[in-house]
Design a protein around this ligand. Structure first.
Ligand SMILES: *Cc1c(COP(=O)(O)O)cnc(C)c1O
Length: 429
């Protein structure tokens, strides 16, 4: 989606947006998405829908910096879990939802690994403007996310299969029934997600960091970030573009294989469709399916692959993968040194550590890791990591090749006896 900026009124500088801070009683100035409306003006601002999304925080996290091998003060965590539905998806949903309403839709649908459906369900329940229809794969959704969709009253269709199966079906169904599709194939979602980068810059007082590190699932975020920086540069609102690192889970590494191993590139828009087709054919022939504890990025066929290649090109980007072991260890570090996140989000920190180890990211470079989802989204994974129950550990994590929980904070088991309890507290605190 391209704007004719010459015919729009573009702010003279990013600092210009600061005037909106003093107008926080206006919901469009409070919204962390719509206060940047001038940079995503696809519908008039008064037609936009907001539920207060984008009240997020960028926080320096020195304990996590140390873990990743960076100097103090150089690693920042962007907490997108602070959004109303607990993930960054609200940024894109407010935009897609606004467009859906603008075109008069009465129902909206999505396939989801959980957070998109939670977000859509929330926008529908708060605004009552549309009915949510969500598709989930069986056994593939973390309870925190499923519970949201159910609580918010979405029509929840559970099909046998995984995210990719649900995605294929929801496309057919929306076409047949004329339901508005809000998956990240929807370009307006990406417009909303650009604002994550605007808020990162805002928090850094409009200074551009050296690196943005983001988990890669359907690649909507990475595509949106690339577009955001491309446009800001084109409009003369920034003078340089940060580098982008996209981190797959090792068990869902389509992008890393295509870019890292097969050498797939943007190539000025002439990407190689045969390479991608062959890759998917082999994947199907071998019966390879995505499998990772980071369920939000457990995806075989990322829908924004093409756009993501452009983002890698624009941002001189790199792709890496992180094992479930690395992801969970990184997640424990994030939890111990900050507000916390769900497993998929921690791929950004695990990937940062790898890139610092490799010398690709310098110790003193300024790095922003996007924490895409809230700590409470997937309590099962967290409890299994910290548990003393070997059976639980094996059932949830052992089967995924996780061998140890190096940063586990184990509960202390004590008989219900005052003397014993006092003794235990003295011993461990
Ligand atoms: C959706 C999601 C992702 C993946 O983001 P993409 O834009 O699809 O790459 C990562 N983490 C969380 C928590 C998510 O909900």
């Amino acid at each position: 989606m391209a704007y004719d900026w010459d015919r729009l009124s573009v702010p003279p500088s990013l600092r210009w947006f600061e005037q909106k801070w003093s107008r926080r009683s206006d919901p469009y100035c409070l919204s962390g998405v719509w206060r940047f409306h001038e940079l995503l003006p696809f519908v008039p601002v008064e037609a936009c829908v907001t539920v207060g999304e984008g009240q997020t925080l960028l926080q320096a996290a020195d304990a996590v910096a140390k873990y990743a091998g960076l100097s103090a003060g150089r690693l920042f965590l962007q907490y997108e879990g602070m959004n109303p539905s607990g993930s960054f998806k609200d940024n894109g949903m407010s935009a897609a939802f606004s467009h859906a309403r603008f075109v008069g839709a009465s129902r909206a649908a999505c396939a989801s690994t959980g957070n998109t459906s939670a977000s859509l369900a929330l926008y529908c329940s708060v605004t009552k403007l549309m009915r949510a229809v969500i598709f989930v794969g069986s056994g593939k959704i973390a309870y925190g996310k499923l519970s949201q969709a159910l609580d918010y009253g979405a029509l929840t269709v559970q099909i046998t299969g995984d995210f990719d199966d649900a995605m294929a079906r929801v496309k057919e169904v929306s076409k047949q029934l004329g339901i508005y599709l809000v998956n990240s194939v929807n370009p307006f979602r990406l417009e909303g997600q650009k604002t994550i980068m605007f808020r990162v810059l805002e928090s850094l007082r409009w200074e551009v960091p050296d690196w943005i590190v983001v988990p890669g699932g359907n690649l909507g975020n990475s595509s949106a970030f690339g577009k955001a920086f491309m446009e800001l540069k084109q409009l003369g609102l920034i003078d340089r573009i940060p580098r982008l690192a996209i981190v797959n889970a090792a068990g869902a590494n389509t992008l890393n294989r295509l870019v890292g191993t097969s050498g797939l590139r943007w190539n000025g828009g002439r990407t190689d469709p045969h390479l991608v087709k062959k890759f998917y054919e082999e994947m199907d022939a071998e019966g390879r399916r995505a499998a990772t504890i980071a369920s939000a990025i457990e995806i075989n066929r990322p829908v924004n692959l093409e756009k993501c290649l452009r983002a890698l090109d624009v941002c001189d980007g790199v792709v890496r993968e992180a094992t479930d072991q690395e992801i969970l260890d990184a997640k424990a570090q994030v939890g111990a040194g900050g507000i916390g996140c769900e497993p998929a989000s921690a791929a950004s920190v695990a990937g940062t550590k790898r890139l610092v180890d490799e010398g690709v990211i310098g110790r003193d470079q300024r790095v922003v890791c996007i924490l895409t989802g809230h700590q409470l989204k997937d309590p099962t994974a967290t409890v299994a990591y910290h548990t003393t129950d070997q059976q639980l550990f094996n059932d949830v994590l052992g089967k995924r090749g996780v061998r140890r929980a190096a940063f586990a904070n184990r509960a202390v088991v004590v008989p219900n006896d005052l003397g014993e309890i006092v003794k235990a507290i003295e011993l461990y605190s």
